[in-house]
Design a protein around this ligand. Structure first.
Ligand code: URA
Length: 246
């Protein structure tokens, strides 16, 4: 029997991520195939933990509990020095009822110009990664650890991330996502208060603060553009996140 339209479309997305789908069937002991698709899934025993039946809700903040107010606050924020050189701040984009929250590092030049996160080359790859697990960009919520572009795309300083943290917490509190995907080192370090390498954090279920909301760490798409061989690992991370959701 030939592949279904859905399988063909999935292959297209994987190939857009730069993953050769013809290599995906590997009936080894540590993998299993999903009977409904031709994509290899990570074996169940490699998932560190499963999502508890009910994720405890985090208390909604009574302050500014609406998106336009929060976005306006972020737009006019002067809490750290990053406001001095920005074209505009970049609060976040997407569905305010999203189950998935994607958190990156900081806006780059394209994002600073357009006022939207992940719109440059890395953003295009992020879109393809999400599509590969059936998620259109507009169905998730995307934001960054810091909302203003650091000059010359340097790493955000700890004090800049700290100044912005209340905004991120508010976004998580209003969204109450079922899963957070932390893309890259800066996102993982700030969300999980650790300094472990991304490679060491992948493949595990973490939680955001005391919320019970699961966090999966994966490589930043900008890194994947430089190191396409790692895309298979990012694909595994997306599958883990999807499993923790379901
Ligand atoms: N990289 C990020 O981490 N965030 C963006 O919004 C764009 C590039």
């Amino acid at each position: 029997m030939g592949p279904t339209d859905q399988q063909l479309q999935r292959r297209q997305y994987l190939e857009a991520m730069g993953i050769q789908t013809w290599q995906l069937r590997q009936p080894q002991s540590d993998t299993q195939t999903d009977p409904k698709s031709d994509i290899v899934q990570p074996a169940e025993e490699f998932l560190v933990a499963k999502l508890a039946d009910s994720t405890p809700a985090i208390p909604r903040s009574p302050l500014n509990d609406d998106w336009p107010t929060l976005e306006a606050e972020i737009k006019s924020c002067t809490r750290c020095e990053l406001h001095q050189q920005r074209t505009q701040s970049v609060p976040g984009v997407g569905n305010h009822n999203a189950d998935w929250m994607v958190i990156g590092e900081a806006p780059g030049a394209d994002e600073d110009k357009q006022g939207e996160p992940f719109v440059g080359r890395a953003g295009k790859l992020l879109d393809q990664m999400l599509l590969a697990i059936g998620l259109k960009r507009e169905t998730v919520y995307i934001t960054n650890i810091v909302k203003c572009r650091p000059p010359n795309n340097r790493d955000p300083k700890p004090e800049e991330a700290a100044s912005c943290e209340a905004y991120l917490k508010q976004q998580v509190s209003m969204l109450q996502p079922k899963i957070i995907l932390a893309v890259g080192r800066i996102a993982a370090h700030n969300l999980l208060k650790t300094d472990q390498r991304v490679g060491a954090m992948r493949g595990q279920r973490f939680e955001y603060a005391d919320t019970g909301i699961p966090v999966v760490v994966t490589y930043h798409p900008a890194y994947l553009l430089r190191s396409p061989a790692e895309k298979r690992k990012a694909w595994d991370d997306l599958l883990l996140a999807r499993r923790l959701m379901s």
